[in-house]
Design a protein around this ligand. Structure first.
Ligand code: HEC
Length: 180
């Protein structure tokens, strides 16, 4: 009986340690209410600077490839978010496949498929991945959802072999940035 009880205890302990691991993973590294609220503030700051929204300014349209758009625009800038000056990289992703930059330039709104953004947060936000906050917006500014219905804002796809962090970690230069 004693043996049996300790066996049960071991099983319970194993179970709870498995749970506490999936417990931290269970609260995903992205898509929390805080992540979404932060992403909304970023969009507002971008709109204020005319980097998003109806009166947005445009830069250079150039050919791109998946998973970003077939035509791209990129901005590397700084802006105040929740009272703190942040480095922000904005990538506007245009399509469909085969579209020419000149065509997009004539009517960017009609070709915009998503806006992907990286924001440098405080050190400690995500030490392992250089403290970037990742977000994917739909053209109108709503945070895009992944296939599981989770909002794509925060430490996006952290721990996965696919997605923002995994792919950008391979960028030359060691800063997760492809364009500079
Ligand atoms: C499979 C690889 C891959 C994935 C996944 C990916 N990116 Fe990128 N990303 C790139 C490449 C390549 C570029 C450079 C494109 C260019 O401008 O030529 C880039 C550029 C960017 C830039 C401009 C800064 C820079 O690094 O040049 C931002 C911002 C960005 N990506 C955000 C995101 C976000 C947010 C996600 C996830 C929702 C994401 N990316 C997923 C490959 C990827």
């Amino acid at each position: 009986m004693k043996f049996f009880l300790s066996f049960i205890t071991v099983l319970l302990l194993m179970h709870s340690s498995v749970n506490s691991q999936s417990g931290t993973a269970g609260t995903k590294p992205y898509g929390s209410p805080d992540d979404i609220a932060y992403a909304e503030d970023v969009w507002e700051a971008m709109t204020g600077l005319r980097l998003a929204g109806e009166n947005q300014l445009h830069g250079r349209f150039y050919p791109g490839s998946e998973p970003h758009g077939y035509v791209l625009e990129t901005f590397d800038t700084k802006m105040s978010i929740q009272g703190t000056e942040r480095r922000v990289l904005i990538k506007r992703n245009y399509g469909p496949e085969g579209v020419a930059p000149e065509t997009v330039a004539v009517s960017p709104e009609g070709h915009l498929e998503s806006v992907t953004v990286m924001i440098k947060r405080d050190s400690g936000y995500d030490t392992q991945n250089l403290d970037w906050f990742w977000v994917k917006y739909l053209p109108g500014g709503a945070v895009a959802k992944d296939t599981m219905g989770v909002s794509q804002a925060g430490r996006l796809h952290k721990g996965s072999d696919l997605g923002c962090i995994a792919c950008h970690s391979a960028a030359p230069g060691g800063d997760y940035l492809f364009t500079r």
